[in-house]
Design a protein around this ligand. Structure first.
Ligand SMILES: [Fe+2]
Ligand SMILES: [Fe+2]
Length: 135
């Protein structure tokens, strides 16, 4: 069984939710390749994952800035940490070194942490202002 996002992790902000799902989809592509013993082929989807993650974080931060979200600075730091972990996995792959199912689990955990520890708080903030109706 692959990685998936439970419904409770939907923010109710379509664009952000779609990106979270796309990130999890890419995590599954990498996990399947590793399971099939084709870890070398995981570099391109990993690169895609990083680009999407960067784009995702920029979009979230821009949105938070626009909405005057008070937790933005902390959220930014959390994003930078997540990017560092992801870049490390990609560098390992690019250097032709072994990446493992555990590395891919780290990527998934980054997405989950982004949602659970940070994004959901932002969604609650918007909901409290009456700017968002959560599913
Ligand atoms: Fe996010
Ligand atoms: Fe985030």
């Amino acid at each position: 069984m692959g990685y998936f996002l439970p419904t409770a992790f939907q923010l109710g902000i379509q664009e952000v939710d779609d990106q979270h799902h796309a990130l999890v989809d890419l995590t599954n592509v990498c996990a399947d390749l590793i399971e099939a013993g084709q870890e070398k082929d995981a570099c391109p989807p990993l690169k895609k994952f990083i680009h999407l993650l960067e784009d995702h974080f920029h979009k979230e931060e821009a949105m938070m800035e626009r909405m005057g979200y008070p937790g933005l600075d902390w959220h930014r730091e959390h994003h930078a940490d997540a990017l560092r972990v992801t870049q490390k996995v990609f560098d390992t792959c690019r250097a032709n070194e072994q990446i493992t199912a555990g590395d891919i689990a780290d990527l998934f955990n980054n997405v989950i942490m982004d949602i659970v520890r940070a994004d959901l708080k932002f969604a609650e903030y918007l909901e409290g202002r009456g700017d968002l109706r959560r599913p």
